[in-house]
Ligand binder design. Structure first.
Ligand code: COS
Length: 382
């Protein structure tokens, strides 16, 4: 159920204040140290950010998708690494349980995920299965009351801190396609799980990705999420939702970069006037505004569609495609408007330029979004 107007305003204002007063001032420090301070994580817990999408009966805020988008628009106004701290609990790590978990699974995991006591992580991607997720090779073979899991998952966000994994594995090796895959909740403390050291990456320092290696890891059969053979659909529906969430973050970052660009254009003088007086600079500002406004409108529309219980896979992919590409262009223009300073670390613009590159890759590349959109169009026309 949607929040009443007053509570919604309080929440969004509270997040906006937290971003402005607590996160923006330490963006550079977090990037340099590759670490979000524990005190900040504790404040995120207190604000309820880990439980944005978890139903209130399990201790979360139970936001609608539209409300979650509004929060993400605010969270996007700082380094995306901060959003990543809560991202998997709010999205891909928890939503399999919210959508497909049975009562016992929900009772056990959701309150701890909502409070941030447990970090939830999503294990789909493998060394040989990125965009072609249905070709994943990790197996989960039934043995008595357990499934025995073997395989390697790659680039798994928050795996180093995870208390549980939502795992997609092949329970029927005879079926090499999507139908052979099942989803599981896997407590991170089980024997046979190794998490590698974090990868070094282009941007979003402070957010970490790891390999997760399963070797004869025995997962109790009652940890299966949904029905056997339906794990791919669990993953796809989790991703449909996640793509709206990520799109909102892209819009938030774009709005931040545009605000910074406008401020700089108003201050910086060349040829005896503020650079914002030049029409070529104005054109860049206008293009960034138009595109971020379009993306904002799309994301809110897709979120409302989901809230109404309507199919939204196509719209989620349209948003992810447009918003992630859009923020790349906005970041590029921001560097251009800042000129040489845009390339210098102290100004932070080059950091955002690197940070946003991942948006076109994770939770489905731009090319995958185009496939999803086109297939949906063709199916609708059938
Ligand atoms: N919701 C529900 N079910 C879905 C679905 C969705 N959004 N998308 C696909 N399915 C179902 C299909 O209906 C099909 O079921 P049936 O066999 O019962 O008809 C099944 O899943 C297989 O779908 P499809 O044939 O489309 O699978 P493909 O192997 O062709 O791949 C893509 C589909 C490419 C869209 C998928 O692999 C994908 O999204 N890849 C990107 C993965 C990704 O985002 N990775 C990021 C990792 S997380 S950071």
């Amino acid at each position: 159920m949607a929040l009443d107007q007053e509570t919604r305003t309080q929440l969004i204002d509270g997040v906006a204040r937290f971003v402005r007063d607590r996160l923006v001032p330490i963006e550079d420090e977090v990037a340099t140290n590759d670490r979000v301070p524990d005190a900040i994580v504790a404040e995120m817990r207190d604000l309820g950010l880990f439980g944005l999408s978890i139903p209130p009966e399990y201790g979360g805020l139970g936001l609608t998708m539209e409300e979650e988008v509004l929060v993400c628009l605010e969270l996007g106004r700082t380094s995306p690494a901060f959003r990543s701290v809560i991202g998997t609990n709010v999205g891909i790590g928890s939503q399999g349980i919210v959508m497909f978990g049975n009562d016992a699974q929900k009772d056990e995991w959701l309150p701890k995920i909502a409070s941030g006591e447990v970090i939830a992580s999503f294990c789909l991607t493998e060394p040989g299965a990125g965009s072609d997720a249905a070709s994943l090779k990790t197996t989960a073979i039934r043995d008595g009351n357990d499934f025995v899991v073997n395989g390697t998952k790659r680039y798994i966000t928050n795996a180093g801190k995870a208390g549980m994994f939502t795992l997609m594995a092949r329970t029927n090796p005879g079926n090499k396609g999507a139908g052979g895959i099942s989803a599981f909740i896997v407590p991170a403390h089980l024997k046979g799980i190794t998490v590698s050291k974090p990868e070094r990456k282009m941007g979003q320092q402070g957010a970490h990705i790891h390999d997760v290696i399963f070797e004869d890891c025995r997962v109790p059969a009652d940890m299966m999420l949904g029905r056997e053979g339906e794990g791919f659909k669990v993953a796809m529906q989790v991703l449909d939702r996640g793509r709206i969430h990520i799109s909102a973050v892209c819009v938030g970052v774009a709005e931040r970069l545009l605000a910074d660009s406008v401020r700089y254009a108003n201050e910086r003088e060349q040829f005896g006037q503020r650079i914002g007086e030049f029409q070529l600079i104005q054109a860049m500002l206008a293009e960034s505004k138009t595109e971020s406004y379009a993306a904002r409108s799309m994301v809110l529309d897709a979120a409302r569609k989901r809230d109404r219980g309507e199919p939204h896979s196509l719209e989620a992919s349209c948003c992810k495609l447009f918003a992630s590409e859009m923020v790349g262009r906005v970041a590029d223009r921001a560097v251009q408007i800042y000129g040489g300073s845009g390339y210098v670390t102290d100004y932070g613009v080059e950091r955002f330029y690197r940070d946003v590159r991942i948006f076109r890759l994770y939770e489905g590349t731009s090319e995958i979004q185009k496939i999803v959109i086109a297939r949906n169009l063709m199916r609708q026309a059938d």
